[in-house]
Design a protein around this ligand. Structure first.
Ligand code: DPM
Length: 355
């Protein structure tokens, strides 16, 4: 067996192949997302041996790895990355902070699924919409962003927290009478194979989406050039640029994953447009603005090579376009800040902490 920093296996022909170990969380969605990325890598690199926790793709099995698989959360997964126990971790991009801990980077942002939110109705309400649900109907969501926008837009509805993973939430909806409907990301529902439960997809006029929603991200060690190069082929340029702009916007607003901040992005004819908004908890107060920038590779903005943009490393996406995308996010946030966004967010944060 080959010595060196990486674990390798020899195949039947005596060729030495690197083993890539993928960490995953236990939830069904996390597994599905990890498997999806594994399949892509397997197609692109048929010679690489992939391991997912205890599960093995290809021929190799490593028993000592399985015991560590238990329940790794984002932090634990990063610890496992740091300790060289795994080489890459798949996340929903929207769950990754805009500033990653030192030593980590997002090495791939895959083509985005629908970034929109969707309504899942209690079966007894089949055929209804948020508009036509009776007065006082209770909608389940723990997202401040969704609640703020929908409270304003549909004042006849009530909103209550709902917790747990997707399986738990759907069970709580169907098997009890607590909620008339719940709101979930269309992308997660699709990955779980539950598209048939989507009764309504919410467009930007009803509910703008969360930063990074619908995109998968592959987190790796920033110094691990081999793995970085390997996963970089998974990058989807347009998604990368949209998500850099969105993450730069959220970072500048000092927003975490639980602030009422929403976005909408689009790339058309090499122009990236970003709409961003902040809301008070009841949606009564809000600020919304839009800006755009050219991401044409011919549009030379000063760029430094080898730098991360809001945590993303993408050598194979034009640097100047990434610089432009980040600038767009920062500029739009600054515009909102100049109009009082920080006050709205600070109040929302305080009220939410006091809940
Ligand atoms: C974050 C939020 C939620 C998740 C907040 C938000 C939703 C929480 C809730 C940051 N992460 O969206 O405003 O509804 O109470 C999450 C989901 C997915 C990734 C599930 C969902 C799947 C979709 C994707 C939870 N994180 O939002 O329905 O990959 O974007």
């Amino acid at each position: 067996m080959e010595e060196g920093p990486y674990k390798c296996v020899r195949d039947g022909n005596g060729t030495v192949n690197r083993v890539i170990r993928m960490g995953t969380r236990k939830s069904q969605l996390a597994r599905i997302q990890t498997d999806y990325v594994a399949e892509k890598l397997k197609t692109l690199y048929p010679d690489v041996h992939l391991e997912i926790g205890e599960k093995t793709i290809h021929s190799l099995s490593l028993s000592q790895f399985s015991s560590r698989e238990k329940s790794l959360f984002t932090k634990e997964l990063e610890n496992a990355l740091e300790r060289n126990e795994v080489d890459l971790v798949v996340h929903s991009l929207k769950d990754l902070p805009t500033t990653l801990p030192n030593g980590f980077t997002i090495g791939a942002v895959l083509q985005r699924e629908s970034p929109h939110d969707a309504v899942v109705l209690h079966p007894k309400n089949s055929g209804l919409t948020l508009d036509t649900l009776p007065d006082g109907s209770v909608i389940g969501t723990s997202s401040l962003r969704r609640a703020a926008q929908l409270k304003k837009r549909f004042p006849h509805l009530e909103f209550k927290d709902i917790r747990g993973n997707l399986n738990t939430r759907l069970k709580k909806l169907d098997e009890k009478e607590d909620y008339a409907a719940i709101i979930l990301a269309a992308a997660g529902l699709k990955r779980m194979g539950w598209e048939a439960r989507v009764s309504q997809v919410l467009g930007p006029e009803d509910c703008m989406y969360a930063v990074g929603q619908g995109a998968l991200a592959v987190e790796v060690r920033a110094r691990d050039c081999d793995i970085l190069e390997m996963v970089s082929t998974l990058h989807h340029s347009e998604t990368v640029l949209r998500c850099i702009a969105e993450r730069a916007f959220l970072r500048r607003l000092e927003g975490g994953c639980s602030v009422p901040v929403a976005v909408n992005t689009e790339v058309k004819d090499s122009v990236l447009s970003l709409t961003g908004a902040v809301y008070s908890l009841d949606g009564a107060d809000s600020l919304k603005e839009a800006m755009e920038i050219s991401v044409d590779p011919g549009n030379k903005l000063e760029s430094a090579a080898d730098i991360q943009h809001v945590g993303v490393t993408a050598h194979n996406v034009p640097q100047c376009a990434q610089v432009a995308a980040e600038k767009l996010g920062v500029d739009l946030a600054d515009l909102l800040l100049s109009k009082g966004a920080m006050e709205i967010l600070t109040t929302a944060r305080k009220l939410n902490d006091a809940r």
